[in-house]
Design a protein around this ligand. Structure first.
Ligand code: ASP
Ligand code: MG
Length: 419
C-alpha cells in the first residue's frame, strides 16, 4: 500500500483535479490519497472564521466566494445532475449552520471547526470525480479515525488509538483506493481539530506509519527537494537522494518543501518518502530514506524571512546562565514563539524568532520587565548547509551581518532584509 499526498496548489482548479486523477489512474495497487484544501481555500476560511468570530457582516460575502470558487471547478468537471452537487450542498449547509449560530469564546475551537471545510470539500469533489472516471474509491472522514487531544489548531495525535481506528477504517478488502483529508483530525468526543498550517504532509506521514505503507509520495509544484528555492537562486538543482536526518534539518531551518513534522513518523518505520512534481509525473524527483554511507550533498541554501532578532541583557547585570536561559525559554514557549538561532555571552543573549505581530508587543513588554531589550524586526536568517567559502561569498557577499554562526555542517547569517 502506498500513500499519495496532493497539496492545495496541485488541486487549485479543474485541470489540477484531472491531473490528480490521471496520476492515480497510472498507479496500480492499494492507495491512500491524502488531499489538502483547494488552492488558497484555507486562507479564505481563516478570513471567514475571523469575520464570524468578530461578528463582521462580511461573513456572507466570504461564504459566497467560497461557494462560487468550488462550484466553478465542479461545473467544469461534472454533468449538472451529478451527485456531487448534493454532497457539496450538505457541506455548505453544515458550514452555514455554524456561521449562523452564536460562537463560543474559544477562537481556536471555532477556527478548527470552520477551517476543516476546505479539506472536506476538496476530498468530496475528488472522491466523486475519481468515481466518475471509473476509479473505485472510498471517501473517509479522517476526523473519526485520526484522534488527537484538544489542543485546537496544533493538536497532538493519540497514536495508539488512531492506529487501531485507522487500521479498521482503511480496509483494502472494501476498496483499492481511499480518499481522505490532510491537516484535520478529531478528538475522542468528535470535535474537529487541526494539526497546524500546512499539516497535510504530516497526515500523509502519520497514515503511512499507522498503516505500514510501502512508501509515501508528496506531489508538489517543484521537481523535488532542491538545494535552494528556484525563485531565489537560478542555479537551484534537485537533490535526488537524501537521508531522513538531512531532510528533518532542512525543514527545521525553513526549507518549505516538507512540513517539519513529516519526517519522524516515516523514519520510525523506515518508510521512504518521495517528493515529486505533479506537473512532470514522469520524473523521479527526490527520495528521502535511511542512508548509511556518506552522501556528498551540494551546498543547500535556505532563506527564512520575516525574522526578529532580539538581544537581551539582564537589567541587574547578572550572568546569562542556565537559570536565566530556562526562564527565557519558558517565556518563548508561553507565546509559542519558535526559536531559530541563539547566541550568548556573559550578560547578553541574542536570538532569532519568527515575527508574530499578534503577540510581539506583549512579549516584548514582558521581557522588558527584566531585561534591556534591543531588537531588529524584519530581518532574514540565511542558512547554508554543507557550506564552503565560495558559496558563502556568492550568497552573502560583503553584506553586513547582524549575527554569524558556523558549525561543522551549517553556517547561519542574520541579515537586514533590504540586502
Ligand atoms: N490546507 C491546509 C493549509 O493550507 C493544510 C495544508 O495545505 O497542508 O494550511
Ligand atoms: Mg497547502
Amino acid at each position: 500500500m502506498k500513500v499519495f499526498k496532493f497539496g492545495g496548489a496541485s488541486v487549485k482548479d479543474a485541470a489540477g483535479v484531472k491531473n490528480l486523477s490521471s496520476i492515480v489512474h497510472h498507479q496500480h495497487g492499494q492507495l491512500v490519497v491524502v488531499v489538502s484544501a483547494m488552492g488558497k481555500t484555507t486562507n479564505l476560511l481563516e478570513t471567514l472564521c475571523n469575520a464570524y468570530f468578530h461578528k463582521d457582516p462580511k461573513v456572507a460575502s466570504i461564504m459566497k466566494e467560497l461557494k462560487s470558487f468550488h462550484l466553478a471547478i465542479v461545473d467544469s468537471l461534472f454533468p449538472l445532475n451529478d451527485e456531487v452537487y448534493k454532497h457539496l450542498e450538505e457541506l455548505f449547509t453544515n458550514l452555514e449552520n455554524i456561521l449562523s449560530s452564536e460562537s463560543s469564546l474559544c477562537y481556536d475551537y471555532e477556527y478548527d471547526r470552520i477551517i476543516c471545510f476546505g479539506e472536506l470539500i476538496s476530498t468530496t469533489i475528488i472522491s466523486d470525480y475519481l468515481k466518475m472516471e471509473g476509479i473505485d474509491n472510498q471517501f473517509i472522514d479522517i476526523r473519526k479515525y485520526l484522534k488527537t487531544d484538544q489542543n485546537y489548531r496544533n493538536a497532538n495525535i493519540d497514536l495508539e488509538l488512531s492506529g487501531q481506528l485507522c487500521r479498521e477504517a482503511f480496509d483494502f478488502n472494501t476498496a483499492p483506493v481511499f480518499v481522505t483529508q490532510g491537516f484535520i483530525a478529531g478528538t475522542r468526543t468528535n470535535q474537529t481539530t487541526t494539526l497546524g498550517r500546512e499539516g497535510s504532509d504530516y497526515t500523509a506521514a502519520l497514515l503511512a506509519n499507522l498503516l505500514n505503507a510501502e512508501d509515501v509520495t508528496i506531489w508538489k509544484d517543484v521537481p523535488g527537494v532542491m538545494n535552494a528555492d528556484p525563485k531565489e537562486y537560478d542555479k537551484a538543482q534537485v537533490i535526488s537522494r537524501m537521508s531522513y536526518k538531512e531532510a528533518i534539518e532542512l525543514s527545521h531551518f525553513g526549507a518549505k518543501v516538507i512540513h517539519p513534522k513529516t519526517i519522524k513518523p516515516i523514519q520510525n518505520k523506515q518508510i521512504p518518502l518521495y517528493v515529486r512534481s505533479f506537473l512532470h509525473p514522469e520524473s523521479t524527483g527526490t527520495v528521502i530514506q535511511e542512508i548509511d554511507e556518506h552522501l556528498k550533498l551540494p551546498p543547500i541554501y535556505i532563506n527564512k524571512a520575516n525574522q526578529c532578532l532580539l538581544t537581551l541583557t539582564p537589567r541587574d547585570f547578572s550572568f546569562i546562565a542556565e537559570e536565566k536561559l530556562s526562564h527565557i525559554f519558558a517565556i518563548l514557549a508561553q507565546y509559542k514563539l519558535k526559536l531559530n538561532l541563539m547566541q550568548n555571552s556573559a550578560i547578553s543573549f541574542s536570538f532569532c524568532i519568527d515575527c508574530n505581530s499578534a503577540v510581539f508587543n506583549t512579549f516584548l513588554e514582558q521581557l522588558q520587565e527584566e531585561f534591556e531589550v534591543r531588537y531588529n524586526q524584519n530581518v532574514k536568517l540565511i542558512t547554508i548547509r554543507h557550506y564552503n567559502d565560495e558559496i558563502i561569498r556568492e550568497i552573502i557577499g560583503d553584506s553586513p551581518t547582524l549575527v554569524e554562526q558556523r558549525s561543522r555542517t551549517t553556517a547561519q547569517f542574520v541579515l537586514r532584509n533590504h540586502i
